[in-house]
Write a protein that binds this ligand. Structure first.
Ligand code: HEM
Length: 458
């Protein structure tokens, strides 16, 4: 085996440096060692790959490099032992396939108007001229979008209960009471509902009860024509041809919930940051949105070229997920001239690929135009990862990112409260703004009574 060079410091120290400043750490590594380097974790080599050629090999060589679920064991208490992240092989492929139809194409188109309305509803509750935190505000929006798209719920007692519960559960999951035991599993002690870990388990039990009650109601109405993820899964068959059990359905949700709420909220928060830091970009975006007339169809908004370029640049410069989930070498293989032995772990470095100055001149500058001038390959621009674990929520995420951003900037005037540059920090798999992004609502744009209207409602 021959490995690319890398730092010789102990891995705990490197982890601390990464936690303190993830992007700064990766920049430093690539300046010293290039866009492929090794960090030793005890005797296991972790190979960080940050260039298109390596990414292509990582995502396409699926015989020798495996997206093993076991590598994500640490996340099991969060997303479940049978959650997508923990699955691999045939079961993983099959369950992903079940999720694709409700998360793509026409199925998500019908949510266009709802996404605009939910964004409007959350934004209209903000006080004028008082600072608010943009990231948790965007989490509120993306959580409500989840309730509609995943569970098909938008009102009623169960909707209110699930909304409240998911809000509490997902925020608690990001608190030190859960994050610390996730890193130190011996702290995962269930000492009853009033103990930190016991409370976490109690919240999941509450979620299970609500979900099972909803599944049971829907199984009794097999002719319902709902388009949401839950309805699709209830009547879908698993890889052995049987209807999925309640537990199998339930296990798919936690990964979707965290991806669906936090990754999307991170992306929208960063979009707000960049368009308010660079007012010319906001103005150009507004001109483009206004060119659609008074009642633009959300699908037409979704296809706007400059809006698309801005969102791509947001996802390029600070990808919501800086690293892919890890892969493992199953049998001897070669990657970018290095011979890798079984057991070597490979991590795709999305951030470093997006920082390649040959592909993206002046990579630290926010320049949406680059996406108008050049078409990037899926190994050059890869905010949603690739291969076996490529994000199943990509289509929905881009849809909500563009519609939420367009709704906010065309209806509200916001401002950043600080001129200091904002930095990403790690929160689970995502990298939202470290300060949660403090902003000010200067005014609701009441003169602009634009309504986004879907084709289906026209
Ligand atoms: C802008 C928003 C989003 C971004 C940038 C993003 C990015 C990513 C990335 C980079 C990965 C890892 C891919 C890899 O390792 O190759 C991933 C996986 C995943 N994402 Fe997303 N994501 C977003 C939104 C969503 C949404 C809305 C959902 C839910 C519908 C979601 C659900 C997931 C799941 C379940 C996985 C794991 C897939 C698997 O293990 O097979 N994500 N995402």
């Amino acid at each position: 085996m021959n490995l690319p060079p890398g730092p010789k410091l102990p891995d705990w120290l490197l982890k601390m440096q990464f936690a303190a400043d993830p992007l700064g750490f990766l920049d430093k590594m690539s300046q010293r060692y290039g866009d492929i380097f090794t960090i030793m974790s005890e005797s296991t080599p972790l190979l960080f790959v940050g260039n298109p050629q390596g990414m292509k090999q990582l995502f396409t060589n699926t015989t020798e490099i495996i997206a093993s679920g076991e590598l994500n064991q640490e996340a099991a208490p969060l997303v479940g032992k049978n959650g997508l992240l923990l699955l691999d092989g045939l079961r993983h492929r099959y369950r992903r396939k079940l999720l694709m139809p409700p998360l793509h194409g026409n199925k998500i188109r019908v949510y266009g108007q709802q996404i605009c309305d939910l964004t409007e509803k959350v934004m209209s509750q903000l006080p004028i001229n008082k600072p608010f935190l943009a990231y948790p505000t965007m989490q509120k929006i993306t959580l409500q979008i989840i309730l509609n798209t995943f569970f098909g719920l938008s009102e009623g007692e169960r909707y209110e209960q699930l909304k409240q519960l998911l809000f509490t559960l997902m925020n608690y999951a990001r608190s030190p009471f859960v994050e610390i035991p996730l890193s130190f599993p011996f702290l995962q002690q269930n000492l009853g509902r009033w103990s930190p870990w016991g409370y976490f388990l109690y919240l999941w039990q509450q979620f299970d009860q609500l979900l099972y009650a909803e599944i049971s109601d829907r199984r009794q109405q097999p002719n319902s024509s709902s388009d949401d993820v839950l309805s699709e899964l209830i009547f879908a068959r698993n890889e052995t041809g049987e209807l999925m059990t309640n537990e199998e359905i339930r296990d798919l949700f936690p990964s979707l919930l965290f991806g669906g709420r936090d990754a999307s909220a991170t992306a929208i928060a960063w979009a707000l940051y960049w368009v308010h830091r660079l007012p010319v970009i906001r103005e150009q975006l507004l001109r483009e949105i206004n060119s659609l007339g008074d009642s633009p169809d959300p699908m037409n908004i979704f296809q706007l070229p400059y809006l698309t370029a801005v969102c791509n640049e947001v996802l390029r410069i600070y990808p919501t997920q800086v690293l892919t989930f890890p892969r493992i070498v199953e049998s001897q293989t070669e990657l970018m001239g290095y011979n890798l032995s079984p057991g070597t772990i490979i991590i795709g470095c999305i951030y470093l690929t997006h920082q390649n100055a040959d592909l993206y001149p002046q990579p630290k500058e926010f320049q949406p135009e680059r996406f108008l001038e050049k078409q990037y390959s899926p190994y050059e621009f890869l905010p949603f990862g690739g291969g076996a674990r490529r994000c199943p929520g990509e289509a929905l995420a881009l849809f909500e990112m563009k519609l939420a951003l367009a709704t906010i900037i065309s209806h509200y005037q916001l401002a950043l409260t600080s001129t200091q540059p904002e930095k990403p920090h790690q929160q689970g798999a995502n990298y939202p703004p470290a300060s949660n992004l403090k902003m000010l609502l200067v005014s609701g744009n009441s003169s602009n009574s634009r309504q986004f209207v879907t084709s289906s409602t026209k």
